[in-house]
Structure formats: C-alpha cells, structure tokens
Design a protein around this ligand. Structure first.
Ligand code: ZN
Length: 87
C-alpha cells in the first residue's frame, strides 16, 4: 500500500518564504535597548558601550552621557554607486 506524502501547496511555500525573509531582515535591525523600537532613518541614536543603542525618545531617561551619537543611515547607505574623479 503506497503512502501519501504531504504536499506543499504554492500558497504554503509563499508563506514560508515570506516568514523566512522577514525573520532574516528582523535579525539585522538595530533596536533600542530600552523600548525595543527600531529607530527611523535620519533619527539620532545614542550608543552606550559596545552594544547598547538607545533611541532619541529614551535618551532623556538615562543619566549618563552617551559614548557617541550618530544618525541612522538610509538602508542603501554604502550600497550606492559613487563617482570618483581621477587625480
Ligand atoms: Zn527607545
């Protein structure tokens, strides 16, 4: 007697691929150490130590001055083509 194998419908495959890609993108995001929010492009974020990033909204709740402050770059930052002129 032949066993029937579970089949993967195209809609199931699409859903699995979507969930996988979203989880990969989610892991690469910086999050605020206090509220968990992802800072927006152009927003100032404050770095405390090597790994703690705090958003602009949570910054007033910390007493210590940040080690450094930086603007969140656009997602294409570093991936665009730049024209270089020969010297
Ligand atoms: Zn925050």
């Amino acid at each position: 007697m032949a066993r029937t194998l579970p089949t993967l419908l195209p809609a199931d495959l699409e859903l699995r691929l979507l969930r996988k890609s979203v989880s990969v993108l989610d892991k690469a995001r910086d999050r605020c150490a206090d509220c968990g929010r992802t800072p927006l492009t152009g927003e100032l974020v404050h770095h405390y130590g090597a790994h703690a990033v705090v958003c602009e909204l949570c910054r007033p709740m910390r007493r210590r001055e940040p080690d450094r402050t930086a603007k969140v770059p656009h997602c294409e930052h570093g991936h665009t083509v730049k024209v270089r002129r020969a010297a």
